[in-house]
Ligand binder design. Sequence first.
Ligand code: 3AM
Length: 397
Amino acid sequence: MIKQVCAVVCTVFSVAYSGYFLAHLTGHFTRGWRQACPLGSRAGSAPPLAPSLVEEEAEEEQEHIKPPAAVPPRPQKAPAAAGTGSGSPAQPAETREEQRLMRLRSVVSPGEPRSKYTALEELGRGGFGAVYRALDASTGKQVAIKKMMLEEEDSEELAVNEIVAMRDNRNPNIVIYLDSYLVNEELWLAMEFMDGGTLFDVLRAVYLEEGQIGAVCRECLQGLHFLHSRRVIHRDIKSSNVLMGTDGSVKLADFGLCARLSPECSSCHSSVGTPSWMAPEVVRGEAYGPKVDIWSLGITGLEMVEGEAPYQREPKFRVFELIERNGPPKLQKPRHHSALLRDFLRCCLQADQDRRWSAQELLQHPFVTSGQPASSLAALILSAKQAQEDRRGEACA
Ligand code: 3AM
C-alpha cells in the first residue's frame, strides 16, 4: 500500500500532463525507481555493430519521403524542472508567484538593457516570445536577445532554468550566455549571436552528406557529454535547438526545459520535450536520466538524413501511440546509407535505456570519429544561408 502511494505521488506531474499516461499508470506501481546511468559505466555492453539489413530491405519499398515541415514543432513543458527550487504546491498562488519573481530577480543583472543593446531586429518567434539580433553598444558586436514573456504560469521558472543552465555550463558546444535583465513583464536573455541559424533551417535549405552528419553529431555529443558529466539533462534536443555558425560551429541552445540531477533526485519523471523526439521512457512516464538526450539526438540524426523527424506531423497522442507500438523509428531507405550511419542511429535509438549508448561511448563510435572536421561545415552553412536568402527574395518578388 505504502509503495503504491509513493509511486502515485512521484508520478503525479507526469500524469497531470497527459491523459495518455493513465493507460500506463499500472506500470508505475510495479516499476522500481531506476537510477540515472552514470557516464561510461557500460563500456563493455554496447550492442553489436552492423545491423541486419533483411528486415529493413522489406520495409524500404513501402516507404516514401515526405516534404519537410516548415515550422519547428513546439515542446511540451513541465511545471518544475529539477533543481530550480520552486515553492511548495501547498502555498497560496500569490506567495509562489512572488517567490518565483524573487528567484528571477536574484539571477538577472541589475540595470537597463535598452541602452546597452541597440538596433534590435527580430529573427524569429517561438512559444516563449521572440529572438532579436542586436548590437552591443560598447563593443559593436552582434548579440542575440531572447525576450521571454513572463505572463504565463511557470514562465519565470523556465526562464530561471534557462539562465542558470547556460550561465553555469560554459562549453565550446553550448551557446554562450552573456547576461539577462528584467524589463517590465519581459525577461531579456542576451547570448552569443549564431550567424548560421538553426540546424532546422539548414536542413530546409541543403542536404547533408554522411561525413557532415557525423560532424554535427560529434559536436552535439561533445556538448551533451559535458552536460551529462555535470548531471544536467537538456530534455529538448532537436534540430531547431541546435545553432550553427558560418565558421562551422555547432552549439546546443534552448535550455528552458533542462533538469539537473542531484544525489537526492537521481532521475526525472516529468513528461517533458517535443513529442516526436521524446524517448520511450519519457513517453511512458517512467524514471529517466541523461540518455533521453541520446534518443533525441538519434531522432535528430534521422531528421538530418530524411529532412524531418518520424511522426512529426502527427498529433501528440498519435505520436505517443506510434512510438509505443512501433518501437524505435527506422530509416525509410536503409540501403541508401552506410552501415556505420545505420549502426550509429541504432545505438542512439535503443528503446532500453540501459542498452542505449552514452554520449561518451558514442564519441568513440566510428561514424562519429570518421565525421568531417567542424570547419568543413562552414561552406554548407553559408550555402544554406544563401539558399534561404534567395528563397526570401523570390517570395518578395
Ligand atoms: O525562426 P528562425 O528559425 O529563422 O535561428 C533561431 C530562430 O530563427 C533564432 O531565433 C529564431 C527563434 O528561435 N535564434 C535563436 N537563438 C539565436 C542565437 N543565439 C538565434 N539566432 C542567432 N543566434
